[in-house]
Design a protein around this ligand. Structure first.
Ligand SMILES: NC(=O)c1ccc[n+]([C@@H]2O[C@H](COP(=O)([O-])OP(=O)(O)OC[C@H]3O[C@@H](n4cnc5c(N)ncnc54)[C@H](OP(=O)(O)O)[C@@H]3O)[C@@H](O)[C@H]2O)c1
Length: 329
C-alpha cells in the first residue's frame, strides 16, 4: 500500500471544489499500467478543470492534470516493463480518468508513449500538451503543403505554452515567425525563442473584408473568435491555418472567400484523441528538434501541488508566460 498526495477535483453537495488530499494506490482508477509520475505541467485546460470553468471534467472525484511523465512501476501489458520511462497527454487524463497531479496513477497502456531517447520527464513536461499540440500543428500544416517559402507564419497567444513552443519549432524548421502577444514584457523572450518580429495583439490589423492583402504564409492560432476571423483574409494562397484554441472566443464568423478563392486550409488540431502513430512521430520530432537550453528557459517555475490554484488563476487571466511544471512528490 502506497500513500501519496494528489490534487483532487470534486463536484458534490459542497459544490465544485479542489485541493491536495492523501490517497492510497488502492483508490486509483483501473488501468494496465501503474505509473510513478515525476512531473506534470499546467495547461489552460488544467486551469478550466481545476476551477470548474468550462465544464471540462466528466468524472468526479478525479485527480487533475492532463499531462504526466514518469516511470512504469508495474504493468500487465507486455509493451511496458517496470522502470520504463513514459509520458501521457490527453485522452481522458484529468477529465474522465485520474491525471498527473499525483505521485501515482494507473493508466490504460494504449495511452502511453515511451519517452524518446534523450527526453527525460522534466523536458517531456516542459513540452507537455502545449508542446505536443504545437508539434502536431506544424506536422499537419506541412502534410497540407506548408513550406517556409510561402512566407512568415503568424503565431497568436505567443507568450503562452502552445505559442512559445510553436515559435521555437517553426524557427528551427526554417520558417520566419511573427509572434502576436498582448505582453510588452515578453518581446525579448519571444525574439530569443525564434520570432523575427513581435506584434502587439491590440495593434494587430484585423480584416473586416472577405479578402485582404495576403501577408502571412500561415497561422498557428490559440485564440479563435474575432482574431482568427480577422486573420483568415490575410493568408497567402494555399497557406494553412491551424486552429488550436479559443482563449479569445469560441465563435468563428468568416466568409468562405479565403477558402474558395485562395485555397486556404483551416485545420483543426486535436491533441486529445490524436492517433498513437502520429503522436509518437510528433514526440520523436520534438525530441530531435528542440533545443534543451531553450526549453529550460521556457519553464518559468516548478511548483508543488499546493500551488496549483494560483497557477490556474494566472492562466485564466491570460497572464501565462511560458510553462509551469508541477513536481508531484
Ligand atoms: N486543440 C488542442 O488540442 C489544444 C491543446 C492545447 C491547448 N489548447 C488551447 O490553446 C489555447 C492556448 O493554450 P496554452 O496552454 O498555450 O494556454 P496559455 O499558456 O494560457 O496561453 C494562452 C495565451 O493566449 C493569450 N490570451 C489569453 N487570454 C486571452 C484573451 N482573452 N484574449 C486574447 N489573448 C489571450 C495570452 O498570450 P499573449 O498575451 O502573448 O497574447 C496567453 O498567454 C487555449 O485555448 C487552450 O485551451 C488546445
Amino acid at each position: 500500500m502506497n500513500q501519496f498526495k494528489a490534487f483532487r477535483i470534486h463536484n458534490d453537495a459542497q459544490g465544485y471544489h479542489s485541493g491536495v488530499e492523501t490517497l492510497q494506490t488502492e483508490q486509483l482508477m483501473a488501468g494496465e499500467v501503474l505509473l510513478e509520475c515525476r512531473f506534470s505541467s499546467v495547461n489552460y485546460k488544467d486551469a478550466l478543470a481545476g476551477t470548474g470553468q468550462g465544464k471540462v471534467v466528466r468524472h468526479f472525484p478525479i485527480t487533475g492534470g492532463i499531462d504526466a511523465a514518469g516511470d512504469v512501476v508495474e504493468s500487465s501489458d507486455p509493451r511496458f516493463q517496470p522502470g520504463d520511462p513514459v509520458l501521457a497527454t490527453g485522452y481522458g487524463l484529468g477529465v474522465s480518468h485520474d491525471g498527473g497531479y499525483g505521485r501515482y496513477l494507473r493508466l490504460p497502456a494504449d495511452w502511453l508513449v515511451p519517452l524518446p531517447p534523450g527526453l527525460g520527464p522534466f523536458m517531456a513536461m516542459a513540452l507537455g500538451t502545449a508542446g505536443f499540440t504545437a508539434g502536431l500543428a506544424l506536422q499537419r500544416m506541412e502534410q497540407n503543403g506548408q513550406t517556409p517559402e510561402m512566407g512568415p507564419v503568424l503565431v497568436t497567444g505567443a507568450s503562452g505554452g502552445v505559442g512559445s513552443i510553436a515559435i521555437a519549432l517553426l524557427a528551427r524548421n526554417g520558417y520566419e515567425v511573427v509572434a502576436v502577444s498582448g505582453k510588452e514584457d515578453q518581446r525579448q523572450r519571444l525574439m530569443e525563442m525564434g520570432a523575427s518580429q513581435v506584434i502587439d495583439r491590440n495593434q494587430l490589423p484585423l480584416s473586416q473584408r472577405p479578402l485582404d492583402k495576403a501577408c502571412w504564409g500561415g497561422l498557428i492560432d490559440s485564440l479563435g473568435g474575432d482574431i482568427l476571423a480577422g486573420l483568415l483574409p490575410q493568408i497567402q494562397p494555399w497557406g494553412t491555418v491551424a486552429s488550436i484554441g479559443m482563449a479569445a472566443g469560441m465563435g468563428l464568423s468568416s466568409s468562405v472567400m479565403p477558402f474558395i478563392l485562395r485555397g486556404i486550409g483551416l485545420l483543426g488540431i486535436d491533441s486529445v484523441e490524436c492517433p498513437m502513430a502520429l503522436r509518437q512521430h510528433v514526440w520523436q520530432r520534438l525530441s530531435e528538434q528542440l533545443d534543451r537550453p531553450l526549453l529550460e528557459q521556457l519553464v518559468t517555475r516548478v511548483i508543488p501541488l499546493e500551488d496549483l490554484p494560483g497557477a490556474f488563476e494566472e492562466l485564466l487571466a491570460g497572464q501565462a508566460r511560458g510553462r509551469i511544471l508541477v513536481e508531484t512528490s
